[in-house]
Design a protein around this ligand. Structure first.
Ligand code: IPE
Ligand code: IPE
Ligand code: MG
Length: 248
């Protein structure tokens, strides 16, 4: 099935029969979106959360297997206290709503990151969300919370070292596949496509290990404005690439 879309930028034809298995998105640009409208940054986060609902639902509709989104980084704690609290509040609101609509939406959800510094209430909501949605088929959405690629690698290294110290394994057994099992993304294939809206062209500590061979797509659109059309353009760009994985 081909979808032809004409837009003011350029038309994007997506071959929906050959989608990437796993798309990862750095949901950036909420603050600038709000500033442009003379609104507080928190209004941008609310608009960003709303857009996340739209895009996640759409990914299920088109039959994507995995969507991973960067919602809060290990570095984002350095923001003003009011902004961090507002983001945590929106997160809680999102999870409560998602749990309420779970039987209808049937989206499998997982959380990546070190959840231990989050409030007990939020951690319980995350655990509940994962538990209820565990058996759902279709798209799996991974939400990265207090996530940092370096932190994830260090947590994995510590867990492997602990298993060695306990005599359960030994350094010689560690290869890329085994190490992958110690990461938050255990069991999830590497992202094929990493999208960053908002014009920034950097990883900001996102999926460092897993992005080794990802294709990147950058757009000036701010996350709350990142529409289905924008996603189509990203998918079309992805489908025009030649992935060689070091071969010829
Ligand atoms: C991304 O939007 C959301 C989080 C990092 C939580 P930003 O808040 O970084 O938006 P900009 O980059 O300031 O526009
Ligand atoms: C990356 O965005 C983190 C999230 C989108 C959650 P940032 O806005 O925090 O990244 P930098 O500071 O521009 O690198
Ligand atoms: Mg930002």
């Amino acid at each position: 099935m081909f979808f032809h879309k004409s837009s003011k930028h350029r038309s994007a034809s997506v071959d929906f029969a050959h989608l990437p298995r796993h798309i990862a998105i750095i949901m950036d640009g909420n603050g600038r979106w709000a500033k442009k409208r003379g609104l507080p940054r928190t209004a941008g986060h609310a608009a960003g959360a709303e857009n996340f609902r739209t895009i996640a639902t759409y990914c299920k509709e088109i039959g994507l297997e995995y969507l991973t989104v960067y919602a809060f980084s290990t570095e984002n704690w350095s923001r003003p206290q009011e902004e961090v609290s507002a983001i945590m509040g929106l997160l809680k609101q999102y999870l409560v709503e998602a749990i309420g609509k779970m039987e209808r939406d049937r989206v499998k959800m997982k959380f990546f990151g070190d959840l231990s510094p989050l409030s007990q209430e939020l951690r319980d909501l995350c655990a509940q969300t994962e538990e209820i949605s565990r058996h759902y088929e279709g798209v799996q959405v991974n939400i990265c919370l207090n996530y940092g690629g370096r932190d994830e690698i260090l947590r994995g290294v510590r867990a492997f070292a602990a298993a060695c110290a306990a005599g359960e394994t030994a350094p010689g057994f560690l290869d890329e596949e085994t190490f992958g099992q110690y990461l938050d993304s255990a069991g999830v294939p590497d992202p094929d496509l990493v999208i960053r809206p908002s014009g920034e062209q950097r990883l900001s500590n996102f999926l460092l290990w897993q992005s080794a061979y990802a294709e990147f797509y950058f757009t000036e659109a701010l996350w709350p404005d990142f529409s289905k059309d924008e996603l189509h353009r990203a998918l079309a760009a992805y489908q025009s690439r030649s992935r060689r994985f070091g071969g010829v």
